[in-house]
Design a protein. Structure first.
Length: 139
């Protein structure tokens, strides 16, 4: 444990990354305590207001507080990222175990399929999947 912490402290980029990730995670956890406004509540009298003491990041076109929406959005982003990482890990583990255990032609098919997915830029692949399945957090 001591060696890991010492190496992290001496690598400025890694240390700042962990610090920023921890801060964003804390904002996601205590989000409702940081904001006074409901992120879904419309206030048509306060549309497109610039940042002020009442709305630190201003309001959007429907009068919703932007800071509240960002804070609540971090919670959804972390949940989605966690789910995707766990799902990808389980699928990769299962396919890798099958390819290693069985070998032969099945190993070749799984590996060539992986090569096809790795050949496409991941952002374009994600856009194509979202376009085919439609918008939404589940897609």
């Amino acid at each position: 444990m001591q060696s890991w912490w010492r190496r992290l402290r001496h690598n400025l980029g890694a240390f700042l990354g962990v610090l920023i990730l921890t801060a964003v995670l804390l904002v996601a956890i205590v989000g409702p305590l940081l904001t006074r406004y409901n992120p879904l509540e419309n206030d048509l009298l306060n549309t497109m207001k610039p940042p002020s003491a009442a709305h630190w990041l201003g309001t959007d076109d429907l009068g919703r507080d932007v800071l509240s929406r960002v804070v609540y959005g971090t919670r959804i982003s972390f949940q989605a990222a966690f789910f995707v990482v766990v799902l990808a890990g389980l699928i990769g583990l299962a396919l890798g175990a099958v390819a290693a255990y069985v070998g032969g032609w099945l190993d070749e098919v799984i590996m060539r399929s992986a090569d096809v997915f790795l050949a496409f830029p991941s952002f374009l692949l994600a856009m194509a999947i979202a376009a085919a399945l439609g918008p939404g957090i589940t897609n």
